[in-house]
Each structure stands twice: as C-alpha cells, then as structure tokens.
Design a protein around this ligand. Structure first.
Ligand SMILES: [Zn+2]
Length: 684
C-alpha cells in the first residue's frame, strides 16, 4: 500500500480551509481522513474514525481545548468539518476516573460538552481518542491487518508482523471499556506508532496529520508483506461447469429471502440484491466455505450491515434451477430458524430487553456463481456486497497464513444489538415503496418520466426502459435513489427479454411494471392500410403483452405476487373519429389487463389500468395542441382544460394514479380515469 499524501493537495486543502475559516490543523485532518476513507482496503462505509486535539473558541469566546472527532456513522471518504464535531476535552479525560459508565450517560456527557449543541453525535470510539494523548489519531479496519489479528494466536502474529511499533489490546466491545483498556496498554507498553485492537482494527497516532497517516500506510504495508511472505500456495480451482446466469438465480434468492408482512394482507417484506462475481469471489467460494461462513464477521461493526454469517447455498449446477430453488428455500428457512435461536439465547443472556431485527440474511453466497449483498434498498444491498467482498478477501488471507477466528457469538450479539451501533443506520422511517422494484416502459416520455420519478420518490428502486437509452439516462440522472436506465424496444421480444434479465440481474427481480410505451396512428378504419393497423397493434397491444409476459415470468419465480399497470387511453372506451388504428389496440389492451387480473389473481399478481386523456406529451405535442385548439375555435388553455372540472390534466396526475394503483393491495382489474371528467369516456 502506497502513501497517497500529496504535498500540493495538502497545501490546497489548507488554502481552501482558510477561505472557509478552517484552521490549518483541521484542514489537514479532513484531508488525511478523506485519503483513508477513500481506500476500501482501509475502511468501508462509515467504518473507522479519526480525531484531532486542538483549541477553539466556545460560544462565549473563551478558548478551550477540544477533541474534533468523526461523527458516528459519518463517511470518512467525503467528510467535511461538520462531520468532525468539537467536544471539550478536559471533561472527557476526567471520565477516566470512573470504573464504568452507561452508554446513555456517556452520550449525554458528550452532548453536553459539544461546542455546537446541534452537532451530530461523536463516534462510538470517542473515548479511545480522548484518553490517548496524541494530537492526531487514525483508526481503520484495514483488511491486511484484520487477516493477521483475526486468528487464535493474533497477538503473537502481531508481534511477528509489527514488532514493538504497535501494542496489542485484547478484544473488548467498542466503547468506554475498550478506551480504558487501550490507554492502560498504551501507558504500559509505550508503542511508537499505535495500537492493535484485537479482532477489530488498528490505531496509529502522530503529532502531525501526515505522521499519523503515513504510519497507518506503513503498518498496513507491513501487514501486506507479512501475508505475502507466509502465504501457503493458493489452490487453483478449475473445471466447474458454466453456471446459470445471475438473472435466473437472483429472483429465486430474492423470493426465498422475502417474508409475508403479517400486519398488511397481501404485502411482503422484501430485499433488493446486489451481485458480485469475479475470479476472487468464485475461487474463494470453492474453498472450505461452509466452515468459514460460520466463523463470523472480520470486524465487529460489519455485523449491522451483513449480520454475523452469510447464507451459503448449495453449488449451482447448470440446468437444475428447480432443485436449486427448492434447496434455496430450505436453506433460508434454516437460516431464519438459526437466527431466531441465536436471538432468543442471547436476548435471555442479556436480560431480555431487545427487539429482534429481521432474521433474513444480508449476504448470500452461491458457489459456482458469486455473492449477493441484500438490503432494504439498492444502496444498502451494495454496502452489504462491498463488505462481503472484503470478508472473502480477509478470511482468504487469514486462512493462508493460519486459521481465521472472529470474536465470539456473544460478542457479535452485543455489537449487533448495541443501540449505539444501530444508531449508525439512522432513524428508519421507510417510504411506502421501500425495497419494491419497478420497471417503467416508455420512461423517457412525459408520462413515463413523471411515473418513474413518482415511484422513486415513494422509495421504489426504478428501472427506466426506453427505446431511446440516452433519453432514459437523462431522466434517470435527475431522479432520487439508484435508478437504472435500460434500452428496450417493446416491439421486439428479444429486447424485452434482455431488459427484464438486466433488471433481475441488477436489482434481483421485479415487483411492479408500468407498461406505458405507446404511439398513435390515425386513419379511417374502412380505408386504412393494413400495415398501419399492424404496426399499431405491434406497439400498442403486443408491446404490452411482451412486457407483461416477461414480468410475470420473474414474478412467478419470486412467488411474492406483483402488479402490472397499463396505460390505456381514453380511446379504449371512447373512440375518436378516424382514430381506430390507435383506439382498437388500446381497447384490446383493456381486455388484456382484465385477462391478467383473472388468470394471475390467485398468485397475488394484480393488473390495473389508467385511462388518461389530453396530456402534453410526445403523443400530444405543442403543435398538435395549437392546431386542434384553432380548429375548435378555442384558446390552447381552454382546449387543454376542456373537461367537466375545467382543469388541465398533467403527466404528474397520471403518475399519481399509477402510484395509487400500485399501493392499493386489494384492487385489481380496475381502470382509474384521469381526464378531468369526460362523461362519454366514463367507464359505465
Ligand atoms: Zn473500529
């Protein structure tokens, strides 16, 4: 590992800080914190922390000594001054006299001593930083270091790898007890560079930002060399059969890792997936996986993201998906039962006051295929997958130089159910469509884009499908969450099939489809060219059928129901003169929706339609509005609001109707009219 300290960047960070009123030492503290945070081999997703002891003025103008410490859960890669709250140092140091202190009391003391009372909570490791005397302190969960210390003889291996540069602190849960232990060890051993926190991570210190940072890099490099020198030969695995594609496996895994929501009939509690393949993951999965997977996390705070153990599925052999699906469902049931048992035993041990978290796995390993991260959002799934990849790397290296050993199950429980760890995840008030995967066709158009946005705003994971990929990407860029744009021509079966495989491979499956792509053709029906009629049927009827069929295939594998939503036009119920080539396939589409509702209702798959009229869009352009208004002798405004309510209907109104249908779990075969009122187009 190379130092990424760059003198020119450091000078620039100081200059930028000065403009914002940030002192030199804090500017450099931010600079090296970002350097550490942006290397996944050092810290991942909110792990690790840094601090600075400095002087500042309190709100009354009095100069005080403070600890600037990373806020709990803050991401070191992107940290700024607000992410390093200032706490009065003297009262924190006085706490050393106490034998023990509760988490609640400690937090209230910390908060009472914040210079800015509105600042975020300090890191759970604040006391360790406060007790150590050094100006700059860096703490990471470096992978190479973990491979050396997650061992039955970790202390001996540390001595061999680092000599007297680091002193060894035995495992204790992060918090006040660990901080007291760490300062005792430091004072006794007087290491030159820092501390090892057994089965947890490494601390380096220095009198400058550069010194603490470069010590971290030097020691992690020593760890890397130590592993390289001692590694037993790697086992090269060859000859496994070509596995099934991820897109076929993901909905099986996702379906098996879903639970009925007991509070709302028809609702499911689901997870989103994030897949990782690659040679390292695959060959690791060939090794002594089952034993290792029961070994536990590589550093305690990963437990809140991945739980303590991954779910290991049987090896995936090509052509045996049915058996694999059955085995997957059984493996998930066993995992859930094991988790429940773990919770009950340790909840009893700790006095019985804990609330059980959901028992589903957050990492699923499929030998022959790769690893899935699971989460309530795409972002959480990707975090779990990142940690899973590091777990594979750390455990692999640990086994090459000895034997991987994590903390005890009781220690893992204490971390997983520690309120301060759970607080890192933030308050969890979930939006209504959290973890739901939605595909919208024609997503670059006015109604499609508005619908994609409305679903994303409701917390769904959204795939924007459009024949114009660049335009779909533009729409995705402007949206919340983790949307993905996918090329899809609904008049081509292969294109539709490929798009749904991409959705399943990317998110893990699909729950809701808004089948919206369409275009209008005109002609007097007795004289219209048959080619025009066929073209319109291809897009306005078969296009929807292809999309619905592809979606149904994924939904049935998941076995958790689903929702098909179609954009039928007013033409489906109230045909316009010379508009047959558009209206007739739309009338057939209305029948198609009802057929899906009828044929798949028993499997919990709903089908509904929105009947909208007169929306500014690609079908009704500004020029068409101008010419039609003129032909009727109306202003454009009066033409657009020519309905019972006298209100113009927008693409956003249509989007809200789709959203309503997606949320109405007891509604199927419904047509929702969004046209401001038109008696001739009323459903009955
Ligand atoms: Zn830590």
């Amino acid at each position: 590992m190379k130092s990424r300290w760059d003198e020119a960047d450091a000078i620039e960070a100081v200059a930028r800080g000065a403009e914002a009123g940030i002192a030199r030492d804090l500017a450099l503290r931010i600079y090296t914190t970002q350097l550490l945070g942006s290397d996944p081999k050092l810290v991942l997703h909110g792990g690790g922390n840094t601090s600075l002891k400095t002087r500042t003025r309190d709100p009354l103008g009095k100069e005080v000594e403070v600890l600037r410490i990373k806020a709990s859960g803050a991401d070191m890669a992107t940290i700024e001054a607000e992410g390093l709250p200032a706490v009065r140092l003297a009262p924190l140091r006085d706490l050393r006299a106490l034998e023990a202190v509760t988490d609640e009391k400690l937090l209230s003391i910390e908060r009472a001593n914040l210079i800015d009372p509105a600042a975020p909570n300090p890191s759970v490791e604040v006391m360790l930083h406060a007790f150590l005397p050094h100006t700059f302190i860096d703490h990471t969960h470096a992978s190479a270091v973990l491979s050396i210390i997650d061992q039955p003889d970790g202390e001996k291996k540390c001595g061999d790898a680092f000599g007297g540069r680091l002193a060894f602190v035995p495992y204790l849960m992060p918090g006040f007890g660990l901080a007291k232990k760490a300062i005792e060890v430091f004072e006794r051993a007087q290491p030159s560079d820092g501390l090892i926190l057994s089965k947890h991570g490494i601390v380096t210190f220095g009198e400058s930002a550069r010194e603490a940072y470069e010590r971290m890099i030097a020691l992690v490099s020593l760890a890397e060399d130590f592993i390289a020198r001692r590694s037993k030969a790697r086992v090269v695995v060859t000859g496994w059969r070509e596995p099934e594609p991820v897109a076929a496996v993901a909905p099986i895994v996702r379906g098996a890792c879903s639970q009925k929501d007991e509070t709302v009939e028809g609702a499911w509690r689901q997870l989103v997936l994030d897949f990782r393949g690659g040679a390292t993951v695959l060959s690791a999965l060939q090794s002594d996986l089952l034993r290792l997977s029961e070994g536990g996390v590589v550093t305690p705070d990963h437990t809140i993201r991945t739980k303590n153990w991954p779910l290991v599925l049987p090896h995936l052999d090509a052509g045996e998906l049915e058996d694999f699906a059955q085995a997957t469902r059984e493996a998930v049931r066993a995992f859930v039962a094991h988790y429940r048992d773990y919770f009950l035993r340790h909840n009893k041990r700790t006095g019985g006051g804990k609330q059980e978290l959901d028992p589903l796995p957050r990492v699923v390993l499929v030998p022959g295929l790769g690893a899935f991260g699971l989460g309530r959002s795409k972002r959480d799934a990707a975090i779990a997958a990142d940690i899973a990849e590091e777990w594979i790397a750390v455990v692999g290296d640990a086994e090459r130089i000895g034997r991987f050993e994590s903390i005890s199950e009781a220690d893992m429980f204490d971390c997983e159910y520690w309120p301060l760890e759970q607080a890192k995840l933030g308050a969890r008030k979930e939006p209504p469509l959290a973890s739901q995967i939605v595909a919208v066709t024609g997503a670059a158009g006015a109604i499609g884009a508005a619908t994609a946005k409305a679903f994303a705003a409701a917390g769904a994971e959204v795939a924007l499908l459009d024949v114009n990929l660049a335009a779909a990407r533009e729409q995705a860029k402007a949206m919340a969450g983790s949307p993905v744009a996918i090329a899809c021509d609904v008049t081509n079966s292969d294109s539709v099939g490929a798009a749904f495989e991409q959705i399943a491979g990317h998110f893990g499956g699909v729950d809701i489809v808004v089948s919206n792509a369409g275009a209008a053709w005109q002609g007097r029906i007795g004289e219209v060219d048959e080619d025009i009629l066929r073209k319109s049927f291809e897009l306005n009827f078969y296009g929807h059928q292809r999309v619905a069929q592809a979606a149904i295939k994924v939904m049935r594998v998941q076995g958790t129901g689903g929702c098909l939503l179609f954009n039928v036009s007013k033409q489906a119920v109230n045909p316009g003169p010379n508009f047959g080539p558009y209206g007739i396939p739309k009338a057939a589409l209305l029948a198609l929706m009802r057929q899906y509702a009828l044929d798949y209702g028993a499997e919990g798959i709903r089908a509904n339609a929105v009947n909208a009229d007169r929306i500014r869009s690609g079908l009704l352009t500004e020029e068409m509005i101008a010419s039609r208004a003129k032909a009727r002798g109306l202003s454009e405004k009066d033409y657009m609001s020519g309905n019972l309510l006298g209100r113009e209907v927008t693409a956003e109104d249509v989007a809200q109707a789709f959203l309503h249908q997606a949320l109405a779990l007891k509604t199927t075969a419904d047509v929702t009219t969004v046209d401001g009122g038109n008696i001739a187009a009323a459903m009955r």
